[in-house]
Design a binder for this molecule. Structure first.
Ligand code: 1GP
Length: 234
């Protein structure tokens, strides 16, 4: 049976353990009415900074998930764990390499019922995630559809994540990708720094994820919560 914790999430903030966030800012994020906080990042993630951020978030009731991109940061105590598989990497390491290595070590301790794979498609060539994973970022609609078929229908992954980290993506492509899904939930993240962009993304994706704006323009980031939650998705 698929875990259900994220099936109703419309909005989530993604917090990077490697970036500084004041207590006041964290309180505003956790009390904002967002559906969840996801802890994750592309570099500089350690056990210590992940534990530290988790314990600070735990002062609040908001559900908190960890996106495990490094086995060093496999910290117990989160409500849910996401394991990214990068569908458009040029390196097998990011598809079934690091994951296998981590499973050799932690396989028997993993809370499987609270763990889900995410099929990532990284689409901003300038992003740290694209650089780190050596992703092939140029895709037309057919190519994106093929990746969606692979993730949703062949691999039956519970999440397809269209990752434009750092830039606002093509909402037409996001909508089309979502329309092809049969079981997975469509996560969208990238460049949301205003209520208007949040609304647009909310009309295209099941779950809208806001990252950098938390650090660059907190007030605008907070406005994305209601903006997303006000949009009804067909
Ligand atoms: C990053 O998808 C998230 O993994 C959010 O992207 O940081 O551009 O908001 P931004």
């Amino acid at each position: 049976m698929q875990p259900v914790i994220f099936h109703r999430w419309r909005h989530a903030f993604k917090l990077d353990p490697d970036k500084e966030l004041s207590d006041d800012a964290l309180e505003a994020i956790c009390m904002s009415g967002t559906d969840a906080v996801i802890v994750g990042g592309s570099s500089g993630i350690t056990y210590d900074n992940t534990v530290d951020l988790l314990s600070r978030i735990r002062r609040y009731e908001v559900p908190c998930a960890l996106e495990v991109s490094s086995e060093d940061a496999a910290v117990p105590g989160f409500d849910h764990y996401f394991i990214p598989l990068v569908l458009n990497t040029r390196s097998a390491e990011w598809m079934a390499g690091r994951q296998i290595q981590a499973l050799r070590k932690f396989g028997s301790f993993i809370p499987w019922e609270d763990t889900s794979a995410e099929g990532y498609l990284i689409l901003n060539p300038e992003s740290e995630a694209a650089r780190v994973t050596d992703a092939r970022t140029q895709h037309d609609a057919e190519s994106i559809a093929a990746h969606v078929f692979m993730a949703d229908r062949l691999m039956r992954l519970p999440v397809v994540y269209l990752e434009y980290s750092g830039t606002f993506g093509d909402m037409g492509l996001v909508k089309r990708a979502r329309s092809l899904l049969t079981g997975a939930r469509l996560f969208y993240g990238g460049g949301i720094d205003s209520a208007e962009k949040a609304r647009e993304a909310a009309g295209a994706a099941d779950t809208v994820i806001v990252g950098n704006a938390v650090y660059d323009c907190l007030e605008a980031a907070l406005l994305t919560v209601q903006a997303v939650q006000a949009v009804q998705l067909n």
